[in-house]
Design a binder for this molecule. Structure first.
Ligand SMILES: CC(C)(COP(=O)(O)OP(=O)(O)OC[C@H]1O[C@@H](n2cnc3c(N)ncnc32)[C@H](O)[C@@H]1OP(=O)(O)O)[C@@H](O)C(=O)NCCC(=O)NCCSC(=O)CC(=O)O
Length: 373
């Protein structure tokens, strides 16, 4: 048995930013237009008028100030309201693979490894741009990695579940150097025409390198243990899928073919699930919560993170103990906790312990207990 370690991490951040103010201006223009076009049906009570959004609501409800996206022109055009991405030929690298290459390159550089030393690539994300061939295999080929590669989807918990899968393969000896990469184009599955959620998501790609501890070239984090849990819920759902055209109304512009959530229910049900999951994980590892120097939590909502941090530590965590990146990136699904880890982990001292924890659709919860070597 080998002990796995995270030896490198990297982030690809898209160049384009949408501030709350820009987002709200576009949404409100869209809503006004919608209300004018449907004035009669609204007056007769057939359909509901669309209310305006506001930057103040967004910041107060979520803590989000801006988000990075792969394309802002379509999102901010009241006549489009979704990203506009260039169609690529089958011979060109896909957009997810392209984002992944930059994040993987940075992670491998930090680990002091070259791509040909990698023998496992897991592309773990909430959405993949096609069912097959696997995006992970495309990344493997473009990187020049060996071994094997596969795609995984556990929504917001894809990264932590991917880390558990890679760590287990390193423990057993079947893999020596793994990359878990999380290209999240959340702008593609967000319904930008719905004010209840139009502010929630952003795009990013993260990657981590996992190796045997004894192979680590420099500063690294020993993976002490991982825990994954799931519990079925319809409260975060997306009905888009390959059977869409086979269904009578499948091809219509339907709200349920994008991200849909019962935000308040998610808030109420996921908080106890996550708090208990972390408490159990720590108890089973005999790690008192006081020993945790850092919590890198899923980045969906600031008050949710404040609540979990308080529950885990028994007091309000300081911003240093529980760094948030959601004000800049918004919710980037599975990549959020890894962005926080990648940006805010290098200052930890040898022996310091911390916990990466993701949670979201499924429901799914994944935690990774790490220790600075
Ligand atoms: C979505 C929320 C930010 C919403 O905040 P609240 O619950 O405070 O707000 P709410 O939706 O009840 O709305 C309160 C009132 O404000 C109105 N309202 C809604 N949106 C508005 C907007 N943009 N501007 C102004 N007003 C708005 C509503 O109509 C309502 O009015 P009235 O009071 O008149 O009715 C929150 O519930 C939340 O974060 N929940 C958890 C979300 C989460 O973590 N989801 C996981 C995402 S999935 C994920 O992370 C990825 C994955 O798994 O892949």
């Amino acid at each position: 048995m080998h002990t796995p370690a995270i030896t490198g991490s990297g982030i690809f951040t898209p160049e384009q930013v949408i501030t709350n103010e820009e987002l709200v201006a576009a949404f409100n223009a869209y809503a006004e237009r919608f209300n004018a076009e449907n004035a009669e049906a609204i007056a007769s009570g057939e359909i509901e008028a669309k209310g305006p959004s506001s930057p103040e609501f967004i910041h107060q409800a979520s803590g989000i100030e801006q988000r990075y996206v792969m394309d802002k022109t379509g999102v901010l055009d009241p006549e489009v309201m979704h990203p506009l991405l260039r169609e690529r030929s089958d011979e060109e690298p896909g957009i997810m693979a392209e984002m992944a290459l930059e994040a993987c390159g940075k992670a491998l550089e930090q680990a002091g490894r070259s791509a040909d030393e990698v023998d496992l690539v897991i592309c773990a994300a909430s959405n993949h741009e096609r069912p097959y061939p696997a995006v992970a295999i495309e990344i493997q080929q473009l990187m020049g990695a060996g071994g094997f590669a596969f795609d995984m989807n556990v929504a917001c918990s894809s990264a932590t579940f991917g880390i558990q899968a890679a760590a287990d393969m390193i423990r057993s000896g079947s893999v020596r150097c793994a990359v878990v990469v999380n290209p999240e184009i959340c702008s593609g599955h967000l319904e930008w025409r719905d004010r209840d959620c139009h502010f929630i998501f952003g795009d990013v790609c993260t990657a981590v390198v996992l190796e045997r501890t004894e192979d680590a070239q420099g500063a690294h984090f020993i993976v002490r243990s991982t825990r994954c849990a799931t519990q079925f819920s319809n409260n975060i759902r997306n009905n888009n899928g390959f059977l869409r055209r086979s269904r009578p109304h499948g091809m219509e512009d339907r709200r349920d073919m994008q991200f849909v959530q019962e935000g308040r229910k998610v808030f109420k049900e996921v908080l106890p699930l996550v708090s208990k999951h972390i408490a159990t994980h720590l108890a089973e590892e005999a790690v008192p919560s006081d020993n945790l120097k850092r919590l890198w939590l899923h980045q969906a909502n600031k008050s949710m993170n404040d609540f979990i941090g308080k529950k885990v530590l028994g007091r309000m965590p300081t911003p240093k103990e529980q760094p948030n990146i959601l004000q800049d990136y918004a919710n980037t699904s599975s990549a959020g906790s890894i962005v926080a880890f990648s940006k805010y982990s290098s200052d930890l001292e040898p022996g310091d312990q911390g916990l990466i924890c993701s949670f979201g659709a499924g429901y799914s919860v994944g935690s990774v207990l790490v220790e600075r070597a």
